[in-house]
Structures are given as structure tokens and as C-alpha cells.
Design a protein around this ligand. Sequence first.
Ligand code: FES
Length: 101
Amino acid sequence: MSEIRMALADLTPGRPTLVQTEGTRVVLVRVGDHVHALGDVCAHRGGPLSAGKLSGMRLACPWHGWMYDVRTGQCVFPGRGGAVPSYPVHVEDDEVRVEVS
Ligand code: FES
């Protein structure tokens, strides 16, 4: 397991942010003062979710539009299954910690 640490202030609400740790690409999404962390690689054909668009709690892949719930990583695109990894996030004071396993 590895850990990502960064300042909450470095995450812009509504703008997905790509971070990498030990070869794993993780997209961080800040909604208000909550932060969610998902695998960045789309379950369809590997599109970069960090380049996608956030609508409410849904992050859409920029390649073909599959959508994921940022709280769970579950694909919510109609008629599609699958998921991307969802990682635990802890926010304390102004520090964000993500456990990537
Ligand atoms: S690669 Fe993400 S929707 Fe196709």
C-alpha cells in the first residue's frame, strides 16, 4: 500500500486532478470539502478519467462518455457494468491522505 498526501487547498472543487503513486494513476475529485479518489483508467478502453467532466457526483470519461459515481467507482452509464477502484480518503485540517492499495 502507498499513500498520497497533499493540501486540500491544492484541489480545485469540480476539477479532477491526476496524481500518481508507484505506477498507479489516481484521480482526485473535490466536491465541497469532501475528496474522492478513483482509479484513473476507464473500465471501457482505458480513457483518462482525470481529463473527464464532473457533473454532481458523476465523472464522465472523455473518450466515450462512460460515467462513474465518484463515491464508489461504480459505472453508472446506462446499460453498462464495471467499476474503477475507489480508494479511502481522509481529510484532516487542510491535509488530504489517500490510501492506495
Ligand atoms: S474509454 Fe472510457 S468510455 Fe470508452
